[in-house]
Design a protein around this ligand. Structure first.
Ligand SMILES: *[C@@H]1O[C@H](CO)[C@@H](O)[C@H](O)[C@H]1NC(C)=O
Ligand SMILES: *[C@@H]1O[C@H](CO)[C@@H](O)[C@H](O)[C@H]1NC(C)=O
Ligand SMILES: *[C@@H]1O[C@H](CO)[C@@H](O)[C@H](O)[C@H]1NC(C)=O
Ligand SMILES: *[C@@H]1O[C@H](CO)[C@@H](O)[C@H](O)[C@H]1NC(C)=O
Length: 273
């Protein structure tokens, strides 16, 4: 007979990990499937979905693969249109494979089609799943100076060489020098410095990525506001001014303080002179 599936060739569906995938399977005749049954099998042996009009609600068949059971749904409103597609929610990497859809029809031979599901990994914390994944980097406050506050991101003994970056509170990548990378006994020690100025939140995030295993972890640090106020205070400057002793030391301290004074004037804190 002339009935064929719309998806009779192997169709490839590509989705990102943790998104939803629709695996298409429909009768071109748009024949009502409500009185029929269809099933989906993964890699030719694992039952994924089972629709039997007689035992609706469906998918309560024993022997369904546990990881997929709670995440596979059909489209009930599409059944009358001959549509046996399914949706897999929150797709995992291990869901990738070949799915076969079989539609049984009383008066004609069954129809089957195969959908290849490809799952693209996202960068995320895989430290509990992948041996050798870095557990976390360490974000530390080292020092404060007139140039701002010095932060260091440290990775201790990673098995796979990570790339390390600093981000601000909005997730923007911050410019830094190249990191220092030491390799000792096949393990990587990475240090990345950054000097930061006062911002609205003073929140910084150190990000370490092991691209080969799609792994990314973070550590964060909040810089206490007083760390940005570490140059000699304005009153020292005033004292020097009024003492009339404009020694070289005083000139230097004036230079060193300019940033702080400018900042305080901007903030409306400094009303002197
Ligand atoms: C799917 O349905 C077809 C047709 O009814 C049947 O032959 C096959 O055994 C079923 N597969 C599974 C895994 O139940
Ligand atoms: C559908 O369910 C009915 C009632 O339980 C059963 O008799 C029939 O064999 C089922 N069909 C399939 C293909 O499993
Ligand atoms: C079957 O239903 C799904 C979900 O609504 C839809 O994405 C797909 O396009 C439908 N297929 C056809 C052939 O209409
Ligand atoms: C799925 O089928 C393709 C060919 O269509 C094959 O290359 C691939 O290895 C199969 N995947 C699995 C998991 O069986």
């Amino acid at each position: 007979n002339a009935i064929s599936l719309l998806c009779s060739d192997v169709t490839t569906v590509v989705v990102s990990e943790f998104s939803d995938a629709v695996l298409p399977c429909s009768l071109s005749t748009k024949e009502n499937l409500q009185g029929k049954h269809f099933n989906w099998t993964k890699d030719y042996n694992v039952e994924v979905f089972f629709y039997n009009a007689s035992v609706y609600p469906h998918n309560s068949h024993p022997g369904f693969e546990k990881p997929l059971k709670e995440r596979v749904f059909h489209f009930p409103e599409q059944l009358t249109l001959g549509n046996a597609s399914i949706r897999i929610e929150f797709v995992k990497l291990e869901d990738a494979g070949n799915y076969t859809c079989v539609i049984s029809r009383l008066q004609a031979k069954e129809e089957r089609s195969t959908i290849r599901l490809v799952v693209e990994p996202i960068l995320r914390d895989r430290s509990l799943e992948v041996p050798g994944a870095l557990v976390k980097p360490f974000a530390r406050i080292l020092d404060s100076s007139v140039d701002g506050v010095l932060l260091r991101c440290e990775v201790h003994g990673a098995v796979i060489k990570p790339t390390v970056r600093w981000l601000d509170g909005n997730g923007n990548i911050l410019p830094t020098m190249e990191p220092t990378v030491d390799e000792r006994g096949g393990r990587y020690f990475v240090y990345l410095l950054i000097a930061v100025q006062k911002t609205y939140d003073d929140y910084y995030c150190c990000e370490a990525t092991q691209e080969e295993i799609n792994h990314r972890v973070y550590d964060d640090v909040s810089v206490p506001e007083q760390m940005f106020e570490s140059c000699p205070g304005v009153f020292v400057w005033i004292a020097v001014w009024f003492s009339g002793v404009l020694s070289l030391a005083a000139v230097l301290s004036v230079v060193a303080c300019t940033k702080c004074i400018v900042k305080r004037v901007r903030k409306g804190e400094f009303k002197g002179f």
